[in-house]
Design a protein around this ligand. Structure first.
Ligand SMILES: Cc1cc2nc3c(=O)[nH]c(=O)nc-3n(C[C@H](O)[C@H](O)[C@H](O)COP(=O)(O)OP(=O)(O)OC[C@H]3O[C@@H](n4cnc5c(N)ncnc54)[C@H](O)[C@@H]3O)c2cc1C
Length: 345
């Protein structure tokens, strides 16, 4: 029997499996896709705080994942552009990150099985029985199950937890010469924003919204005059879930909606929660209450603040402009703290 089974080898699942294996736990890591990191559905714009989770050679050695160091952000409304200078953001190669994380997990001792989809599970007093669809891989038993299976989590559904709100994100790559600023365009889509991100070579355009993302994206491409052949897309959960644990099962990452509602970024919050889980949850005496308490201590306040910021995107243009003016006068020089929306006030 495994100590832990982690469902989903996205960045959060692989990181959790890696950390747990390092602590000497027997870990099974299940991934439904054959190839780690695919299909791609992330821009990889993160704060430098990511360095706190990963070894140095991800940032300066052979496993280098950084595509571009960002010098600031331009915030556009219909009338005005405000430029915030800041060197806190990085654009990373998300595919490479996922592959490296899964490799780290395996190297630390986790058993990675790809092409293995968890269909359902049954939790009893001392174990969780897993029903997995995979060629040549049988159903298994585990002491603890971690659902790191993304926005449409099967684990969450089986736990009887209602799904969070979802945005539909869509983006493409163009050959346009990149600079080192990120652009955010407000009032291009209802309730969120569109973006332009410089990559290693070329430039990414994208947006997220609740409905009709494709239609909004076509309109956005006409307005900004870029053309594209292929689009990438995915779902972004947001909002606090009332609970993310049962007796022997817990959620982490997008499955737990541990995401910044004002940007849609989930990497930093998901890794933060995975750190908490790997240090608090023990297979023989699972203390899920501590995990619920501690991840909320670290993230819930910022998620609530992020929800307020996200609401401001729907304000009428004059009000949004006033809010951005006030933000600009306060933060023009030192920039905005990407991971802490509370720092805006
Ligand atoms: C368009 C877009 C742009 C984004 N840009 C950014 C950004 O710039 N910065 C940022 O921080 N975040 C960004 N995000 C969010 C970020 O991608 C997520 O927060 C992050 O991927 C969460 O990682 P995760 O491991 O929790 O989930 P995922 O990355 O979704 O990984 C879940 C894994 O579980 C697997 N899986 C699912 N179900 C099962 C099953 N039943 N059995 C086995 N395996 C299963 C999936 O195949 C997948 O590999 C963006 C998201 C979108 C959609």
């Amino acid at each position: 029997m495994y100590d832990f089974t982690v469902c989903g080898a996205g960045p959060v699942g692989s990181y959790l499996a890696w950390r747990l294996s390092e602590r000497g736990q027997k870990v099974l890591l299940l991934e439904e896709h054959k190839k780690i990191g695919e299909p791609l559905a992330c821009s990889g714009l993160v704060s430098r705080n990511l360095k706190g989770f990963l070894p140095g050679n991800f940032f300066s050695g052979t496993e280098y994942i950084v595509e571009r160091e960002i010098k600031g952000a331009r915030l556009h409304t219909e009338k005005k552009t405000r430029t915030f200078k800041s060197d806190q953001a990085l654009v990373i190669d998300r595919l490479k990150l996922d592959k490296l994380m899964a490799k780290k997990a395996e190297k630390a001792g986790a058993e990675l099985v790809t092409g293995a989809r968890l269909f359902s599970f049954f939790e009893s007093k001392n174990k969780v029985s897993l029903y997995v669809k995979s060629a040549g891989f049988q159903n298994k038993r585990t002491k603890i199950l971690a659902g790191c299976d993304g926005p449409l989590s099967v684990v969450r559904k089986n736990m009887g937890i209602s799904p969070p709100n979802l945005l539909h994100g869509i983006f493409c790559y163009t050959n346009e010469k990149p600079d080192s600023f990120v652009d955010l365009y407000f009032k291009k889509v209802p309730g969120f924003f569109a973006w332009r991100i410089p990559r290693r070579e070329g430039t990414e355009y994208g947006l997220a919204c609740k409905k009709n993302a494709k239609k909004h994206f076509e309109k956005f491409s006409k307005k900004l005059k870029f053309s594209y052949k292929k689009v990438y897309s995915g779902l972004i959960p947001y909002g606090l879930l009332p609970r993310v644990t049962t007796r022997r099962t817990f959620l982490c990452g997008d499955a737990a909606s541990q995401v910044k509602p004002h940007t849609g970024g989930g990497l930093l919050y998901g890794l933060t929660a995975a750190d908490v889980a790997s240090s608090l949850i023990r297979p023989d005496e699972p203390d899920m209450k501590s995990y619920e308490r501690e991840w909320r201590n670290r993230l819930a306040f910022e998620i609530r603040c992020g929800l307020w910021v996200k609401r401001s995107y729907s304000m009428p243009s004059p009000l949004l402009n006033m809010a951005l003016n006030s933000l600009y006068s306060k933060h023009e020089k030192r920039g905005l703290e990407m991971d802490r929306p509370s720092s805006m006030w």
